[in-house]
Design a protein. Structure first.
Length: 119
């Protein structure tokens, strides 16, 4: 049985192509944690924010997408969170706000490179 060389080459090429890993990491901030009185010191100590910021700092061309509950209170919460993240050193053009969190009592911080976030 003769194997078509072009098919064999295509199969071999597919096998040796590197697999691109998804850069996205998801961090969840719940309403109970956010309900604590907030100050610069308190915000900097939020484990979720520290982890998200640390991951953001390691990447290149990395964004932070804030997915928040769709009602007005969710939008206010997300805007305040964005302002705190900016105060911690992330330029505002590296932060995106998107409504539609499935849980009304949490915000998802999705951190990853621009290409992965926009997919």
């Amino acid at each position: 049985m003769e194997i078509n060389k072009s098919i064999l080459f295509a199969v071999l090429l597919a096998i040796v192509q590197p697999v691109k890993a998804n850069s996205l990491r998801i961090f969840t901030l719940n309403a109970d944690d956010w309900a604590r009185p907030r100050s610069g010191e308190v915000i900097a100590e939020f484990g979720v924010l520290r982890a998200a910021m640390s991951y953001w700092e390691k990447g290149s061309d990395t964004l932070i997408l804030i997915r928040y509950p769709g009602e007005d209170s969710g939008e206010i919460w997300a805007a305040e969170l964005r302002d705190w993240i900016v105060s911690l050193g992330v330029p505002s053009d590296y932060i995106m706000l998107v409504s539609g969190s499935q849980a009304p009592d949490e915000i998802k911080l999705i951190v990853g490179n621009r290409e992965d976030i926009r997919q």
